[in-house]
Design a protein around this ligand. Structure first.
Ligand SMILES: NC(=O)c1ccc[n+]([C@@H]2O[C@H](COP(=O)([O-])OP(=O)(O)OC[C@H]3O[C@@H](n4cnc5c(N)ncnc54)[C@H](OP(=O)(O)O)[C@@H]3O)[C@@H](O)[C@H]2O)c1
Length: 318
């Protein structure tokens, strides 16, 4: 296959980043991947991806180190900015651990892209930058015009939501100011098989449903999308010239109990939650804009089955 061009993926070794790298390599792109510790064993899976030996180059870069980012982006037509801290539990110092790498990190990425004359930057935001809006009319479907309320995130101490909301809004502001072509994608909770050997925060949610044996759990509504479909969405918005602004990327709304029932019917022997309490308002997000661009998604059952298979293979459910 002829070379498709050179692109960079930040956070290449993470859960979503690894799938983006895999997809790009499979489509014939030459890929630069940024990681923080190139020699760490946790990135070994990247070098095993098909075509990695010819077409993948890893660069050591930190989001707070502008020069390291610029070096990774030089010569690239496109950048997929995936890296951002995603903690599994509360962090002691959210300003330093979350907000700064997300917001200042994104601005560093965009400035370096501008400087390196990158043609389009796809920024991974989150449903967390869409949903937390108490002013949004109850029951109305949330589309790309809905933004999480930063003040509300602050007062409710939703630091991850704040980090993603601020990073995405600053990214779109920067695009307006500088003329850099920036498209953002907001995935909801991501499930699906893991390629990496360490456990990321969203996979941990599912792993805990399988093995934690909770006495009682809230039967929350969950909006879910498969990691492979998110990777496809990122490539789609990169390739389609008409793509612009933000895109919500979500597939299924389900409640925790329904998901557990489905899992239990396929894998009866895991240590599932014992009881549920009712709670949480149903919320609807729409990916219509992304679907109009040509995006589609797989059934939830496929995501769940493939997730469990990958956890079993990695020995995470033993
Ligand atoms: N998983 C979800 O449910 C979900 C939903 C919506 C949006 N997202 C977004 O998707 C993206 C990827 O998340 P993920 O689920 O794949 O989580 P992940 O596996 O934890 O990946 C996060 C990545 O960010 C990198 N990173 C964090 N801080 C950094 C810094 N200061 N400098 C450089 N790299 C840094 C990490 O690099 P190291 O490998 O060096 O640690 C890692 O590769 C994030 O932007 C996240 O907000 C995720």
């Amino acid at each position: 296959m002829a070379e498709k061009g050179r692109v960079c993926v930040t956070g290449a070794g993470g859960y979503l980043g690894s799938w983006v790298v895999k997809l790009l390599l499979s489509k014939g792109y030459t890929v630069h991947g940024t990681v923080r510790e190139p020699r760490d064993e946790k990135y070994a899976h990247l070098n095993k991806l098909e075509k990695a030996s010819e077409n993948l180059m890893l660069f050591k870069a930190d989001l707070l180190d502008y020069n390291s980012l610029y070096a990774a982006f030089a010569g690239c037509n496109g950048v997929f900015h995936v890296a951002s801290p995603v903690p599994s539990s509360t962090v002691p110092n959210p300003e330093i651990e979350l907000i700064e790498p997300a917001v200042k990190g994104t601005l560093n990425v965009l400035k370096a892209c501008h400087e390196a004359k990158v043609k389009r930057v796809v920024v991974v935001s989150s449903g967390a930058a869409v949903s937390l809006n108490p002013e949004w009319p109850k029951g109305q479907v949330k589309d790309e015009t809905c933004w999480s309320d930063k003040e509300y995130c602050r007062t409710t101490k939703n630091w991850y939501c704040l980090s993603k909301t601020e990073a995405e809004s600053e990214a779109l502001e920067y695009a307006k100011r500088s003329g850099l072509d920036v498209v953002t994608v907001c995935p909801t909770l991501i499930f699906g098989p893991i390629l990496q050997s360490t456990v990321n925060a969203s996979s941990l949610v599912l792993i805990k449903l399988l093995k934690e044996g909770y006495e009682s759990l809230e039967n929350k509504p969950r909006t879910i999308v498969d990691v492979r479909d998110v990777a496809e969405a990122l490539l789609l918005v990169y390739k389609k010239p008409e793509a612009e602004g933000r895109y919500i990327c979500t597939a299924h709304i389900t409640r925790t109990r329904d998901m557990v029932d489905k899992l239990r019917s396929i894998y009866p022997n895991y240590n599932y939650p014992k009881n549920f309490t009712e709670g949480g308002d149903e919320e609807k997000l729409s990916s219509e804009k992304l679907q109009r661009l040509g995006w589609s998604y797989r059934p939830l059952e496929e995501s769940l089955v493939d997730s469990v298979a990958s956890y079993q293979e990695a020995g995470l459910l033993d």
